[in-house]
Design a protein. Structure first.
Length: 176
């Protein structure tokens, strides 16, 4: 694996997925070739990640876009290689266990729902039905002036200290 070229290769795959989606490809399984899937898996990523980025790119005026997607996936990839030793998790988050979209903590809506999603994204445990950086997540990030990859890195730094994450978000939100 060539680590140095990962960003360029990911960007190429992102752009190809966006083009394939525009051409009518409407499944995560078909958005990538087998060789591309092998590359993604070797880096702790999945074809549905690219499919979600391509689908939202076309449905939400280019968001989250290639720069945000790359930043998010670089954090995920680093966690995969560093913490997980290059081994995929066998666990998948059960969407039924997610807090409701309406829940809040310390007056901040969406944060209780975003925390398990971010942890699952970090560990490669998101089910295909959920996207880290979806429209609801992006609304939260815009409102609180947080970069999605920055939040993912924060969750990694404070993996076992949810209060520290909430404190950080409260402080960031108050500073906007």
């Amino acid at each position: 694996m060539k680590h140095y070229t990962f960003p360029d290769r990911f960007r190429t795959l992102h752009d190809q997925a966006v083009a394939r989606y525009a051409a009518g490809v409407r499944s995560a399984d078909a958005i990538c070739t087998p060789e591309e899937k092998t590359f993604l898996t070797a880096n702790g990523l999945f074809a549905n990640n690219l499919y979600d980025y391509a689908e939202d790119f076309h449905g939400y005026d280019g968001e989250p876009g290639p720069n945000q997607a790359l930043a998010i996936e670089l954090v995920r990839r680093d966690y995969f290689l560093t913490v997980q030793g290059g081994r995929l998790s066998a666990t998948v988050l059960d969407p039924a266990t997610m807090p409701a979209k309406s829940e809040s903590v310390r007056g901040i809506a969406w944060l209780p729902r975003l925390l398990p999603k971010a942890r699952a994204k970090l560990r490669g445990e998101l089910p295909a039905s959920l996207m880290y950086g979806c429209g609801g997540d992006r609304a939260f990030f815009h409102e609180h002036d947080i970069v999605p990859a920055e939040f993912l890195a924060l969750v990694w730094r404070h993996e076992k200290d949810e209060a520290a994450i909430v404190d950080w978000v409260v402080k960031r939100s108050a500073a906007r």
